[in-house]
Every structure is written in structure tokens, then in C-alpha cells.
Design a protein around this ligand. Structure first.
Ligand code: ZN
Length: 159
């Protein structure tokens, strides 16, 4: 993979994140009755989304084979889990309980992501994603999410 292709992937990630953050900032500005700033944040989010979409378009055809991508996605999940471990410790130290518990759910649900990436050869598998914690089930919708106890209605099917 060339340096420019890596850069495209990076700008896609950066602009996607900026866009999402500015959407949140717009909501806060709305709450504070600052309509002008809310519009500015929305315009920024919109523009950053365009950059992300363009980067994604340029990336198509430049990314590797599906086998390469499965290996990369697995590596990313594992690297993020390492980062999460540190973030959980920090949240505990700072007594930021809601952040800590969410990060713990992210880490637990990431294990289900790794498992799915390793067992992906089962063609026709249908996935059910918990919309609360991100747990992925391929054994039907569970009675309760094993990680966050969410009810079946909280699962979205990806087929
Ligand atoms: Zn869940």
C-alpha cells in the first residue's frame, strides 16, 4: 500500500471524526440558543463529510484484496483493544464511571468482532448488531445482549 493511499485512509478517518464532532457541537449550540453557530457547525460537518466521502471514493480500487482487508481489520480491532485498555485505566483513575463503563462495553464487544473476523468463511451468515454496545451475534438475536443486557428489539440485523 502506497504512502498516498495510507494518507487517504487517514484523511477519511480524520474528516469523518471532525464531521461527527461538529454535528455534536451544533446540537450544543442549538441547546444554548446560538442558531448562527449551530448553522456554522452544521456547515463544517457537511463540508467535512464531503471530504471524507471523496477520500473514500478515491480509496476504492486502491485497497487490497478481501483476504488482506480481513487481516487489516483484525489487526485494527486488536490495536484498538490495546488502546481501550489504557483508556479504561485512565477513566478509572479519573473516576469517570460512565466513560469507564462504556469503554468496557466497547472492549467486550470488540472480542465479538475479532471472533466474527476469524470465522468469516461461513457464507450466508447473518449478523445481529446490538445498537447499545456494538456486540455482534451470528447465532440469532439473543434473548438479552450478553454484554449490556439489551432487549432483542435493540438488535439490528445486517444481511
Ligand atoms: Zn449490547
Amino acid at each position: 500500500v502506497s504512502e498516498s493511499t495510507k494518507n487517504l485512509a487517514e484523511i477519511f478517518a480524520l474528516r469523518s471524526t471532525e464531521s461527527a464532532r461538529n454535528e455534536i457541537r451544533a446540537l450544543r449550540a442549538d441547546k444554548e440558543g446560538r442558531a448562527g453557530e449551530a448553522r456554522l457547525f452544521r456547515a463544517l460537518a457537511n463540508a467535512q463529510h464531503i471530504h471524507a466521502a471523496k477520500a473514500l471514493m478515491l480509496l476504492r480500487g486502491r485497497i487490497g484484496t478481501t483476504d488482506d482487508n480481513l487481516a487489516s481489520a483484525t489487526q485494527e480491532v486488536e490495536e484498538t483493544s490495546v488502546s481501550l485498555r489504557g483508556m479504561i485505566k485512565t477513566a478509572a483513575t479519573e473516576r469517570a464511571a460512565p466513560i469507564e463503563s462504556s469503554l468496557v462495553q466497547f472492549m467486550k464487544s470488540s472480542h465479538s468482532h475479532s471472533a466474527k473476523l476469524k470465522g468469516v468463511e461461513k457464507a450466508g451468515e447473518v449478523y445481529h448488531v446490538c445498537q447499545i454496545c456494538g456486540f455482534i451475534s451470528s447465532d440469532g438475536v439473543p434473548g438479552r445482549c450478553p454484554i449490556c443486557r439489551a432487549v432483542p428489539q435493540q438488535f439490528q440485523t445486517v444481511d
